[in-house]
Design a protein around this ligand. Sequence first.
Ligand SMILES: NC(=O)c1ccc[n+]([C@@H]2O[C@H](COP(=O)([O-])OP(=O)(O)OC[C@H]3O[C@@H](n4cnc5c(N)ncnc54)[C@H](O)[C@@H]3O)[C@@H](O)[C@H]2O)c1
Ligand SMILES: [Zn+2]
Ligand SMILES: [Zn+2]
Length: 384
Amino acid sequence: MLAMNYRGPFRVRADQKPYPEILHPNDAIVRVTRSCICGSDLHLYHGLVPDTRVGSTFGHEFIGVVEEVGPSVENVKVGDTVLVPFNIACGKCAFCKQELYGNCHESNPEATAVGGIFGYSHTAGGFDGGQAEYVRVPYADVGPTVIPDWMDPDDAVLLTDVVPTGYQAAEMGGIKKGDTVVVFGAGPVGIMAAKCSWLFGAARVIVIDHLEYRLDFVRKYAQCEAYNFKSLEDPVLFLKKTTDWLGADVCIDAVGGDAAGSAMQTITGRKLMLQAGSATALHWAINSVKKGGIVSIVGVYGPTDNLVPIGNVVNKGITIRANQASVKRLLPRLIEQIKEGRLNPKEIISHRVPLEEISDAYHIFSAKLDNCIKPILIPPLARV
Ligand SMILES: NC(=O)c1ccc[n+]([C@@H]2O[C@H](COP(=O)([O-])OP(=O)(O)OC[C@H]3O[C@@H](n4cnc5c(N)ncnc54)[C@H](O)[C@@H]3O)[C@@H](O)[C@H]2O)c1
Ligand SMILES: [Zn+2]
Ligand SMILES: [Zn+2]
């Protein structure tokens, strides 16, 4: 089958790989009809994630048709069209029982932090992902969810990660009616976090990035204010000034370890890898939230350490909340939001690329070329 094949940092291509097999009675094989490239894949592509092995297939955002099921699978059947959350979760451990599906204790037993994630290095369990024609889906009774008939597949594929992650970013911010929310990052996740902040009662939503085309997009899509940090002398000072010198009630880091904006952070975090990515956006979030405020982190950082102003966290009495999104927990209410027309995720899709041209798609998305916001990949079988 055709699948994305990682060859090393900045080198990916589409290759023939063996068709996946059922390895456990609760596995399913899904024929992929659409998959996405995520900002999280860029951390892999840039070589920032430990134990990303040559020959692996990325892709944790995909939908498709169930082709085969193991003998114990009861909740989906061959022929079902399903969306598959990016978290691989057993559904039974102490963490899954608390609906912390991103922190499952069984799907990635080698790690104590993150659970299994499709196509996200051996740090996240070593599972092959869905940027392929077919993918093995473990715990098929837990994750895969049948896509409602009325739902557009382009919306469905964004429910596997981007929409729940943006929504959870806003939810973890504990936004109260009348709050001012600052979102760092106008990528797909930040765009969705800005959009969802209104659903929680925000009175003012401000987005910070340095890509003008994304700032233009988010202004229209999420009806918010948006500023280019390159044209601000000091983004923290600007945010304080525009909030009566108090700071925002809630700051959301939707950037993670690939952040730009500080030479020191970029050199130590992205070039020399002395820390687990550049923590510039997180730094700004901590410094521009008000005393007693909440910083919500969905931007991804590696497992080691980062340089952040922890003293300011203590002295300002900030609450920090963070996690991988718990997709399964959020799906019922997000499906409802799409049905009611309050969320229209597919509008963020900017590129539709044949799976064969995956190396171009990675390059365009990584280098932010051609006004790229969210690329989706279509395998050959899904085009006939
Ligand atoms: N927690 C989760 O469950 C989860 C799920 C999906 C993605 N993520 C993470 O969310 C982050 C964003 O994902 P994405 O798909 O939107 O990625 P993306 O790369 O498309 O977007 C990141 C944006 O941040 C901007 N940026 C860079 N430095 C900045 C700074 N200092 N301040 C403000 N903006 C800055 C970039 O210009 C870019 O537009 C990534 O770290 C990704 O790994 C987390
Ligand atoms: Zn993702
Ligand atoms: Zn579990």
